[in-house]
Design a protein. Structure first.
Length: 348
């Protein structure tokens, strides 16, 4: 029986007739199919953090797989970088900067007085600022007419960068770990409990869409540092983070509509009474995106372990939460790792 009929035909041994035009058509369809298959495979490959031209992978958008710098095992992380900012320092990035140091013949030097460079401690810099007010400045009534956001000298000299014992740079490590763990996207919603002077929060604010970073913080000096120095000096006022002063885990000012992709407490729960931590968790469970949303707590979860036995798991379950596991994350710049505990909602 002939499947197709035509003036020019080819007969198969079993009597099926396939015409030449039909063969040409079938071959064309197959070629087009394979072309699209190959191009879709090549566009979804796991590439390094840079595109072929050496530009950050984020420039092309979409998911990329990046090898974490200093990661001996060469583990690849799949991260979404739709916001135009490259989150990770890849192995290639680290090699690049090492190369720059090498080709310029750079070594650490004593930071002493030298041509055009006058090293000062923060205290000395503050004293200079109060006494001499900088090289060019306005006098008399004019001194108050030219500065839109006058900032206290203590903040200008960044005393608050030394408030938490650890280097300020560690804030970036926290951001990178949490962003990676939650597949952060610019449209994600994030709540930090106890954001302090925005050591970590600044990185989230820069990456997230405007208004998508929320924080509850009790310390007034830290909040002043955040509003009067960090946000303006980093050019992040337009990101309109919602930062609220409070110390009793009251999240009502954040609204009832928002559902968070990530809620985190970096070096905070260990400073709070256990009872208050549990009050907070109870109030936050329904504000966490079901299943995909994550709560991350750093350092330890003694508020849990102190309950003894399996009481913690039971209490979490009664709130609709479950503990997922413990993680560590190496710092990029100093010999240090953070410890993180991950939780999610156990029911929708
Ligand atoms: C060690 S600092 C960490 C700051 C920031 N999370 C970071 O990693 O840079 C702890 C912060 O938690 C804040 N904090 C402590 N108890 C709090 C509470 N009950 N409510 C809100 N913030 C609190 C402190 O004021 C402080 O800013």
């Amino acid at each position: 029986m002939a499947l197709w009929s035509s003036s020019s035909s080819t007969s198969s041994p079993k009597g099926i007739v396939i015409t030449v035009p039909a063969l040409v058509l079938a071959a064309s369809v197959a070629a087009i199919f394979f072309f699209f298959l190959l191009s879709s495979l090549s566009s979804s490959c796991s590439c390094s953090g840079r595109d072929a031209g050496g530009a950050p992978a984020s420039a092309t958008g979409g998911d990329v797989s990046v090898t974490r710098a200093g990661d001996g095992g060469g583990t690849h992380f799949s991260v979404s970088e739709g916001g135009g900012e490259s989150i990770w320092s890849s192995k290639e990035d680290v090699e690049w900067v090492k190369d720059q140091i090498r080709v310029n013949g750079l070594h650490m030097q004593d930071n002493v007085l030298r041509k055009g460079i006058n090293p000062r401690t923060r205290a000395e810099q503050l004293q200079d600022l109060l006494q001499f007010k900088g090289i060019s400045h306005y006098e008399g009534p004019e001194s108050e007419n030219h500065t839109a956001l006058p900032c206290p000298g203590e903040l200008l000299t960044e005393e608050h960068h030394s408030n938490y014992g650890e280097p300020w740079a560690g804030g970036r490590d926290v951001f990178e770990f949490l962003a990676q763990s939650t597949h952060l996207k610019p449209e994600s919603h994030v709540l930090e409990i106890g954001c302090g002077t925005l050591r970590v929060g600044l990185h989230f604010i820069r990456y997230l869409n405007a208004g998508h970073f929320h924080c509850l913080e009790r310390d007034e000096l830290s909040l002043m540092a955040a509003f009067r120095y960090e946000l303006p000096s980093q050019g992040l006022l337009h990101k309109r983070p919602l930062i609220v002063k409070g110390d009793n885990m009251d999240f009502s000012r954040f609204g009832s509509e928002v559902v968070y992709d990530l809620i985190y407490a970096s070096a905070v729960f260990l400073h709070m009474p256990d009872k208050l931590v549990w009050v907070g968790l109870e109030r936050l469970t329904n504000k966490l995106k079901p299943f995909d949303g994550r709560i991350f707590v750093s350092h330890n979860i003694k508020f849990c372990s102190r309950l003894g036995g399996d009481e913690c798991a039971k209490r979490l379950k009664s709130l609709g939460l479950e503990y997922i596991g413990k993680h560590t994350h190496d710092s990029l710049l100093f010999n240090h790792y953070e410890i993180w505990f991950e939780f999610r909602r156990s029911k929708g």
